[in-house]
Design a binder for this molecule. Sequence first.
Ligand SMILES: [Zn+2]
Length: 180
Amino acid sequence: MRTSLHRRAVILCALALHAAGPAIAAKAHQHGLARLDIAVDASRVSIVLDTPLDNLLGFERAPRTDAERQQADAAVALLRDGGRLFRIDPAAGCTLAKVELASAPLKLGEAAAAPAPEGHADLEGRFDFDCTQGGRAAFVEVGLFEAFKRLQRLDLQLVTPRGQMKAALQRPASRVALVR
Ligand SMILES: [Zn+2]
């Protein structure tokens, strides 16, 4: 009994920790806009996407019809194909290592255990690339505008060996410069 209570406390705690993420993101929840963080070091490029689900699907709840389910499956397939969505400067020698997606309405990732939120909902994606010379990456070609027609702007936060910077990418631009 004690063990099961303890376990339950741990699960609740994990949910609470996870809930902190979307709660912070919810402040910035604006349709048409998404956040993209790109972190570059010698052996890895990590990209984190935080977007209202509306930008990907046109709705922010679990799919209800076959057409909506197909639409959601297609969006998830595009995101899982991270190597096409984010084409990193070939000089860096990067290959996609891992994609993690989280969204409660789509039952993805850790968020699958959370109750689907009322009203607005987000999707978070993490894309990790292993690189032979990450520091040589001068740009990333981002295919998000091409893949998701509702998305208009990306607010960027870049962390590279040369420092941190903020930038924005407006449709139809696709290239994020990592060096100035
Ligand atoms: Zn929304």
